[in-house]
Design a protein around this ligand. Structure first.
Ligand SMILES: Cc1cc2nc3c(=O)[nH]c(=O)nc-3n(C[C@H](O)[C@H](O)[C@H](O)COP(=O)(O)O)c2cc1C
Length: 355
């Protein structure tokens, strides 16, 4: 039977994994020598978690961290992905086998990894960093990593990706979901251990004031008459444009298991970037929204938003040279930046365990 203290340490490392809006959409059941991991379907009800794809990516990241921590603490992990057809939200069963203790070179990065939403330094990626990320990608034959570095292309893609900043200021459902995830106070309450604290968004002071004001839909609607929803995304695009590269990770599949495995790959990339001093921040809302629209859910949002989202998505796909049969796993900023001013919180392990 696996030592419970060691297992807790391994799982603590796992739950540091990233998840959309810090929803932490996982619950874990401990057995004798294994754990079952369940996806919480209601944890993220945004359009951006269509078919729980974002959550499955987060689960893949969780499992990858568990594997790295387990190796460091003397266990090998056998992963059985989606092992029961009748339980589509049982994402994995992990079996732990005793093994030689070997500190994994990415172990520390598990605790240092963060979404860095600051302004980046607007300098090119070093050749050795680029090679590192592309070498990792080669270890995962299903994935392709496209780095958009050309200034003009970066500008185009940054502007296209900023569409979702306009969308959340104009779409009532998305506005409600997002503001449910933003925490304006920091305390020890369980609620503040999920979601995103306002400081982690790294807004400049006027934006911080505005975001509080715009949390009220009625007030926001008045500001929108004067075009605020179209003005703010311009700042976002400028911010994205300071990245050394806008990266796009793509894969051929669309099944739940494809997104889960993609999450393992993304976590590997993210930890490697962290370990070598690169800043990393996902900007995934647009490609996720576009795939929801393309898969016939367009009636949920306005016709104008459908049109503009698809137009923006097309710009990204064309610039990145993505073929029709490929799915975007994640778009993200890569580069160099100061450390974030604030870090995300997590539920304590006790709250994540199923008894
Ligand atoms: C699938 C996925 C999608 C994400 N999309 C975005 C995004 O569009 N914009 C963003 O700022 N952060 C995004 N994130 C980052 C999460 O908000 C972040 O992981 C979470 O708040 C926890 O913070 P941390 O990564 O600093 O630990 C995403 C993360 C995942 C796993």
């Amino acid at each position: 039977m696996i030592n419970r203290q060691i297992l807790n340490k391994i799982l603590e490392a796992g739950i540091r994994a990233p998840s959309g809006d810090n929803s932490q959409p996982w619950r874990i059941k401990i057995h004798q020598n294994s754990v079952s991991i369940y996806c919480m379907v209601d944890a993220d009800e945004s359009y951006y978690d269509y078919k729980q794809r974002g959550s499955f990516i987060a689960h893949g990241a969780l499992v990858e961290s568990i594997i790295i921590a387990a190796e460091t603490l003397g266990y090998k992990v056998i992963v059985r992905e989606f092992p029961k057809k009748e339980e589509p939200y049982l994402t994995a069963i992990l079996d732990f086998k005793p093994s030689v203790r070997k500190r994994h070179y990415l172990y520390n990065a598990i605790f240092e990894r963060t979404t860095n939403r600051r302004k980046y330094r607007d300098i090119p990626l070093s050749e050795s960093h680029k090679k590192m990320l592309l070498d990792i990608t080669r270890e995962y034959p299903n994935y392709k990593l496209i780095l958009i570095e050309d200034r003009k292309d970066k500008e185009k893609v940054s502007e296209a990706l900023s569409f979702t900043d306009r969308f959340f200021l104009e779409d009532k459902h998305t506005h409600r979901i997002l503001f449910n995830k933003i925490r304006f106070i920091k305390d020890d309450h369980v609620l503040s251990r999920t979601g995103m604290h306002i400081n982690t968004l790294e807004l400049i002071p006027p934006e911080k004031v505005a975001i509080r004001l715009f949390s009220k839909w009625k007030i926001l609607k008045i500001f929108n008459i004067f075009g605020i929803s179209k003005m703010l995304p311009k700042n976002t695009a400028r911010l994205y444009n300071t990245s050394s590269a806008i990266a796009v990770a793509v894969m051929p599949g669309k099944r739940s298991i494809d997104f889960f495995n993609a999450g393992r790959y993304i976590q590997r990339l993210w930890l490697t970037a962290t370990e070598s001093g690169m800043a990393f921040a996902p900007i995934t809302a647009l490609p996720y929204l576009a795939s929801m629209i393309e898969e016939n859910k367009k009636n949920l949002i306005s016709r104008k938003h459908v049109e503009d989202a698809l137009k923006a998505d097309k710009i990204i796909k064309q610039t990145a040279g993505i073929k029709n049969n490929n799915t975007i796993v994640m778009t993200f900023r890569l580069g160099y930046a100061d450390k974030p001013t604030s870090y995300s919180n997590r539920l304590p392990l006790e709250e994540v365990l199923l008894h």
